[in-house]
Design a protein around this ligand. Structure first.
Ligand code: SAM
Length: 324
């Protein structure tokens, strides 16, 4: 079965947020303060299993676990295993990598194929400021663990913010020269309820980020990619890895969007940049949850908007709560 929405877009990628908690407090993502435990009603392994099973019946091809920080969930390996057992090959985790060295063996044993790691700076002090206290050594240790384990591709994500880490663009791109790392520069989206004027001052379009890299390394070479992938990918001539640009604000890729998100409090968010959420808690507690979740996913797909709102606006939920 192939699931398409009203605009003919194939829906095949499910992002599942497994917790609203995170051990980092990145300025662009997170209000201050971290809950010590997941709130009642947070998705369980059984819920995740039922949701993925419904997704598989509707043709889902990839599952990405996210959060919050998915590695704070001790059951994450069970969730990965469930996805693999249900026949999904492309199972990935988006993480800040701080617990990756410790948890990678159990995640790989469960069948994890890929990780996406957030890395917004190479300079330890800039990194500490953006993450509000993060220690970059922990992240490097996680990245090294993934490279040693031979997982690939290893994608690194940086949200670029003027006056904060724009000086890190060239050093981050440089990482791809000698190592098989795939650096993705993401445009800063207004998903943290920052004051509008401040946000507008701090926003940097992807073309400016690309120009910084080309000014240092010369013209980038295009690398062919899946058209439903949000990243436009390039290579610095001769580099081992790649650099990519995810430009949801200046070059929205809504026309190719193939994603649905499940939040950790059991809501489907058909579009990251639209407030609409469908509370589907009822489906998880139905007599036949898989059947009910198929209905819920169909309903959410039908309501997937043509475009997201990239303008600064008051958000009901910040990124941390949605699951990036
Ligand atoms: N804790 C994990 C991590 O650090 O990758 C997963 C959750 S995080 C919300 C997922 C992704 O969302 C990260 O790559 C992060 O950079 C991105 N993100 C968060 N807030 C963003 C914003 N305001 N604009 C653009 N990307 C954002």
């Amino acid at each position: 079965m192939r699931l398409t929405d009203r605009y003919g877009r194939l829906i095949k990628d499910l992002r599942i947020s497994v917790t609203p908690r995170c051990n980092y407090h990145c300025t662009y993502c997170h209000p201050l303060g971290m809950e010590m435990a997941d709130p009642p009603g947070t998705v369980s392994v059984e819920d995740v299993k039922n949701f993925i099973q419904a997704g598989v019946l509707l043709g889902a091809e990839s599952i990405r676990f996210t959060g919050g920080e998915p590695l704070v969930r001790k059951e994450l390996p069970q969730m990965v295993a469930v996805a693999r057992e249900l026949g999904i090959d492309d199972v990935a985790v988006t993480t800040n990598a701080t617990a990756l060295r410790k948890r990678l063996p159990e995640l790989m044993e469960a069948g994890l194929r890929r990780v996406n790691i957030s890395l917004d700076a190479r300079d330890p002090e800039v990194f500490r400021q953006i993450t509000r206290g993060g220690r970059i050594e922990e992240v490097w240790d996680g990245i090294e663990a993934v490279l040693e384990a031979g997982l690939h591709p290893v994608k690194l994500n940086a949200v670029v913010i003027r006056g904060m880490n724009d000086g890190e663009v060239v050093p981050l791109a440089e990482l791809t020269l000698e190592r098989p790392l795939h650096m993705r520069f993401i445009e800063y989206m207004h998903l943290n309820n920052a004051p509008f004027e401040e946000y507008k001052r701090q926003f940097i379009p992807g073309r400016e980020i690309r120009a910084m890299i080309e000014a240092r390394f010369g013209a980038l070479e295009a690398v062919p990619t899946d058209p439903t992938s949000p990243a436009r990918v390039f290579r610095i001539p001769g580099a081992e890895g790649t650099v990519g640009f995810i430009n949801p604000v200046s070059e929205p890729f809504c026309a190719n969007c193939s994603r649905l998100r499940l939040t950790s409090d059991k809501k489907i968010r058909p579009c990251l940049l639209t407030e609409l959420e469908l509370d589907i808690a009822w489906a998880f507690s139905a007599d036949n949850p898989v059947e009910a979740l198929v209905d819920a996913i169909l309903m959410a797909t039908d309501r997937k908007p043509a475009f997201g709102n990239t303008l600064p606006t008051r958000r009901e939920r910040v990124m941390l709560g949605i699951g990036g």
